[in-house]
Design a protein around this ligand. Structure first.
Ligand code: COA
Length: 167
């Protein structure tokens, strides 16, 4: 599946992306606030194979964010689909990607989540200390609804998204 945007496309991951995902997750600075994943390209391939079954059932979507010239710029995942809410995360963008990549990929996630999959809201957690990402979500209009020692838990509604899109 491919979601076509203005400057980027988001296509669901393929087996051949295992090395790209592995390389992205090797970046210790960027993955400081992401959970650790199995550490080999082979294990990554296994993970993609298992994921593909979930994608088939529309339970989860893992996207490669690409430039219009098909250069891989990053990754983002939509998962934990509940009654009226979806979770997103595993969001990772390569150094040197165009400035608009973050905002555009977030917008595409919400467009697909709210209008493609018809969820009414989104939930996600961000590690405490991940200040840049916390402020990104707050600027977008997401609210912190709870917290524990490790995370802030955010909620963002479709209604709020409509307002954000206008400004
Ligand atoms: C999370 C991640 C993908 C976000 O991408 P990013 O490029 O760092 O995002 P930024 O917050 O810098 O936003 C990009 C630009 O959009 C701007 N922007 C962000 N939100 C905006 C908004 N609501 N309105 C207008 N501009 C906005 C920012 O100011 C920034 O522009 P600038 O560089 O000129 O200041 C990236 O930081 C990353 O890979 N982080 C490591 C992994 C991680 O922590 N993932 C999240 C786990 S929850």
């Amino acid at each position: 599946m491919i979601i076509y945007g203005k400057n980027i496309n988001m296509r669901t991951v393929k087996l051949k992306d295992a090395k790209f995902i592995y390389d992205m997750r090797q970046n210790l600075t960027k993955t400081k606030y992401l959970s650790k994943i199995d550490s080999s390209v082979k294990q990554q391939e296994n993970w993609i194979n298992n994921y593909k079954a979930r994608e088939e059932k529309k339970e989860e979507f893992y996207f490669v964010i690409e430039s219009k010239g098909n250069e891989r710029l990053g990754l983002v995942r939509m998962y934990d689909f509940q009654e009226d809410s979806f979770c997103w995360g595993s969001w990772l963008i390569k150094d040197g990607a165009p400035k608009t990549t973050a905002i555009e990929s977030a917008l595409q996630v919400y467009e697909f989540g709210f209008y493609g999959l018809n969820f009414k809201q989104s939930h996600f957690d961000v590690r405490k200390g991940n200040e840049k990402v916390i402020s990104f979500h707050k600027r977008f209009g997401a609210n912190v609804v709870s917290e524990d020692d490790v995370n802030y838990y955010f909620r963002f509604t479709e209604e709020r998204y409509r307002t954000t899109k206008e400004i």
